[in-house]
Write a protein of this length. Structure first.
Length: 464
């Protein structure tokens, strides 16, 4: 893996990336705004959702034990995994026990987090990604760049080229409908013929032992019901007390993720096929994964465990919309990823993620469970500073700035000189193409010419 700054520079230099990201994120932002405006009680619903999650996280052991009891009563087998490796080992062992040669997988970020695709490949088990975007990513041999739209970094033209290269019966017309039909032809037989179906879970319902999946394509139903075995991998924080609580969270999830009042397919699975059922798997296994979540709760990051993986924070993030998801170099991109990745993978080597934020607060403003993302990001910055992970050039630069800032007259002189120099470097259009010490900005975009008078000058003159 290259460093964050190297990945960011490559992303900023990619002329197609911003176009692709804006097509999806911009549309998602607009649709969410319309959905929220039409939901009169949205703010009260956010407050209640945050309270539900906080209550569950504070009483996690109680609700997990209740879920295990009820899931077992419904016929499922519950497994516990402390780490990503343990979770993968359980899934691979179950697949081998089932004699699986192929598995159909419904999109799951937890699966990506624990490295399940790689574990299946090492075990010689063929994986069929049934989500359309995940299918695109699999063909491109890439990682997801967004938790809702894994292939949002791909343009329609790039997807067309992939399908033409890899599909047995590719599309003829380069239209969205024709490409979707091509993917349907390619995937349908794999879905129906898989030995095992693997999914994540949007919610785990404690009082029924059911798991809930949410999709817009119906791929979860097609890839989980026909196989002999259904395996679920889910983070322990996905628990909710009851069906009523799950329904409340669903009202926020869909609106925040896609701007829809409800996703096309919301399905609850409670155990395997019973006598008299016309379909369903013979076995259902649920793997509950910790992988650092208990540690997060104990180390001051419990609020991050509220996350329902809607993607709203990254859709509204000015940084994410410039660099896309791959620049973050981890399973979870954007603001939520900048908090989660150091918690899951360690702060060393990931300290730059917390600094890739303007702290404008938009992510917290749109989060359906009111996670204080800017506050948590500042916490990582402070810890990185305390642990000496920042480069010496940064530490010396900030020390120099602090020395000047403590001397108001010198600070005003320095700022005034810098503003005059910046105005001189601006071209006729009011933009500067190059600035000393600002190459990180001007390498990829021009810098706006400063106003004729600074804020302090206007404030000192009594202007309001």
């Amino acid at each position: 893996m290259t460093g964050f700054k190297t990945r960011t520079a490559a992303a900023l230099a990619d002329p197609l990336l911003k176009v692709a990201v804006e097509r999806t994120a911009g549309t998602a932002e607009a649709k969410r705004a319309l959905a929220v405006d039409a939901f009169a009680g949205f703010e009260d619903a956010r407050t209640r959702a945050a309270a539900i999650k906080d209550h569950v996280i504070a009483n996690l052991d109680t609700y997990l034990e209740r879920f295990e009891t009820n899931a077992t009563a419904a016929g499922a087998t519950v497994h516990w995994a402390r780490t990503a490796d343990e979770a993968c080992a359980i899934v691979v062992d179950l697949c081998r026990r089932a004699g699986a040669r192929t598995v159909a997988r419904s999109k799951s970020m937890l699966g990506e987090e624990i490295g399940l695709p790689h574990a299946l490949a090492e075990a010689g088990i063929h994986r069929i990604e049934t989500d359309l975007a995940e299918h695109i990513i699999q063909l491109a041999d890439e990682r997801p760049s967004h938790i809702i739209w894994p292939a949002m970094h791909k343009t329609r033209e790039q997807v067309s080229a992939l399908f033409t290269q890899h599909h047995r019966a590719p599309h003829v017309e380069e239209t969205v409908a024709a490409m979707a039909e091509s993917a349907r032809r390619e995937l349908r037989s794999g879905m129906l013929g898989a030995d095992v179906g693997i999914s994540g879970a949007n919610f785990l319902v404690a009082d029924t032992g059911a798991i809930c999946t949410v999709t817009n394509e119906g791929n979860a139903e097609l890839s989980l019901v026909p196989p002999r075995m259904h395996i679920v991998t889910a983070g322990i924080e996905k628990i909710v007390p009851s069906m009523a609580h799950a329904t409340h969270m669903l009202r926020l999830l869909s609106r925040s993720a896609t701007g829809a009042a409800m996703s096309q397919y919301t399905t609850f699975y409670a155990g395997p096929r019973r006598g008299g059922d016309r379909d369903g798997p013979e076995e259902m296994h649920i793997v509950l994964v910790d992988n650092g979540r208990s540690r997060m709760r104990d180390e001051g990051l419990a609020e991050m465990l509220r996350c329902i993986r809607c993607g709203a924070c990254m859709n509204h993030c000015v940084v994410f919309r410039q660099i896309g998801g791959h620049a973050y170099g981890s399973t979870y991109p954007g603001p939520m990823g900048a908090v989660l990745t150091p918690a899951l993978d360690g702060l060393k080597g990931n300290q730059d993620l917390a600094s890739a934020c303007t702290l404008n607060g938009k992510c917290q403003e749109v989060c359906p469970v009111k996670i204080p993302l800017p506050t948590l990001l500042r916490g990582w910055r402070e810890r990185s500073w305390r642990e000496g992970l920042e480069p010496m050039s940064v530490r010396r630069g900030i020390a120099a700035w602090a020395w000047v800032a403590r001397r108001p007259a010198l600070y005003r002189l320095a700022v005034g000189s810098a503003l005059r120099a910046m105005r001189l470097t601006a071209g006729a259009g009011g933009w500067a193409r190059r600035l000393p010490l600002a190459g990180g900005w001007t390498d990829h975009r021009d810098f706006p010419k400063p106003a004729a008078k600074s804020f302090m000058d206007r404030y000192g003159a009594g202007e309001r």
